[in-house]
Design a protein around this ligand. Structure first.
Ligand code: AMP
Length: 426
């Protein structure tokens, strides 16, 4: 029978990589804490309606990319393609509007989109998602952008570009939409098939098209800034001023509309030249009408999602640090069969004292155990035989220098901690 491999577009994160992911999540957790965000765990699947109403029926995500199926109770279920709609659903469902506002939450986990897999684009990928709910102030937008920047700074990511835009609100967007439709309609012949379809349904998305001919047309498209209402304009000015105050540089891009319908006012992305065509490490913005779109009351909100797979790709390329490489401190070796029981106890005692300890589990000879100790990259071998058992001692061999000493069991932990700390610091 043919071997079964993982489906297209998904991947395994194996031990050689997973410790690097753990580092990234530790940094995220710390950063979230410093900005006052609480972690939540949300379901991986939701009622399909949450996304079709929340993200918007005319978006690529909803039209083409969702993993949707009927469950055994004939309900339409979708594997979440993003987390914002779920976060807002949870806020409404748990009546978080009664809590002090804004409610600041974050989560991390896999998202699912049926996309064409390529470098940096998968069908199951990880996002970290930060949302500030119940905050209409532009300072909440600034805080959101600031967290993403701080996160990347702590991870050591360099050469990033922040791109921002305002996409207006239900007050001023219809006017802008009208101007755009007129502009694009007069240049129909230069638009690609997809954009022709977008012309009626969602002309803003044409601004986002990557096709050469469409890009050339969008170059001179009406400027969103000329259509913003007073409130949107003031909001955007305060966001820009807040970023200036933080010394964060950014580029304005009137073509940044992002793929999801729910954005109002601020939209932003953080790009890395290291990623090729899938160059966004993070995207976000304000979505003041999302809660109402999914049947709730009015809840202004702003947030971002960053792609963890892509963050790791950039970190690898920029040779960022992932913290200490996992290593074995001690490999315990039994000189004879009678000592195996003692080795088991020794390893257990070392582990309880926060020393990374390993032993042979397969009844190997002493020589094979020593070989295993070095192939596991252990710093020390702790050897136990008849003499050591009788004297209550352990022979400690430094595998880097081959230096060997017999130590009383009672001082072993302290000695090892000393040596390990000086090695780590050295
Ligand atoms: P979005 O929800 O589309 O704004 O995506 C937010 C971030 O998630 C992007 O900036 C990417 O870093 C990441 N991302 C989105 N789609 C994928 C995908 N198919 N594979 C890997 N990362 C993705």
């Amino acid at each position: 029978m043919a071997e079964i491999s993982a489906p297209k577009g998904v991947r395994d994160i194996l031990p050689g990589e997973s410790w690097k992911w753990a580092h990234v999540f530790r940094v995220m957790q710390e950063t979230a804490r410093h900005f006052g965000y609480s972690e939540v765990h949300l379901p991986l699947f939701e009622h399909t309606e949450l996304f079709s109403r929340g993200i918007g029926d005319t978006t690529d995500v909803v039209e083409k990319e969702m993993y949707t199926f009927l469950d055994k109770g004939d309900r339409s279920i979708t594997l979440r393609p993003e987390a914002t709609a779920s976060m807002v659903r949870a806020y409404l469902e748990h009546r978080m509007g009664t809590l002090p506002q804004p409610v600041k939450m974050w989560c991390a986990g896999p998202m699912f989109r049926y996309e064409r897999p390529q470098k940096g684009r998968y069908r199951q990928f990880w996002q970290v998602d930060f949302e500030s709910l119940g905050a209409a102030s532009p300072y909440a937008d600034v805080e959101i952008i600031a967290i993403s920047l701080e996160l990347f700074r702590r991870l050591g990511l360099g050469r990033l570009e922040v791109v921002i835009n305002s996409v207006g609100c239900p007050e001023c967007r219809p006017e802008y939409r009208k101007r755009l439709t007129e502009y694009f309609a007069s240049r129909r012949d230069q638009l690609c098939e997809t954009c022709l379809a977008r012309l009626e349904r969602n002309p803003l998305r044409i601004l986002d098209c990557k096709q050469e001919s469409c890009r050339a047309v969008t170059e001179a498209a009406p400027d969103v800034y000329d259509s913003l209402c007073g409130e949107c304009r003031d909001h955007f000015d305060t966001v820009k001023d807040g970023l200036d105050a933080l010394g964060a540089s950014y580029r304005l891009d009137k073509r940044l509309v992002r793929g999801l319908d729910y954005y109002t006012k601020t939209a932003y992305e953080i790009l890395s030249g290291e990623l090729g065509s899938q160059n966004a490490v993070c995207g976000g913005g304000r979505y003041d009408n999302l809660a109402e779109a999914i049947g709730g009351h009015h809840v202004p909100g702003v947030g971002f999602a960053a792609g963890v797979d892509r963050i790791l790709m950039v970190m690898e390329q920029q040779e960022c640090s992932f913290g200490p490489v996992p290593s074995v401190d001690v490999f315990a070796v039994a000189l004879d069969d009678a000592s195996r029981r003692n080795v088991l106890q020794l390893v257990n005692m070392l582990r309880r004292n926060s020393i990374v300890a390993e032993m042979d589990l397969g009844g190997k000879s002493m020589k094979a155990q020593m070989k295993a100790a070095s192939s596991r990259g252990a710093r020390f071998a702790c050897i136990l035989g008849e003499n050591e058992r009788a004297g209550g001692t352990v022979t400690v061999k430094d595998l880097a220098t081959a230096e060997q000493r017999e130590l009383p069991l009672s001082s072993l932990v302290a000695e090892l901690h000393n040596k390990l700390t000086s090695t780590r610091e050295g």
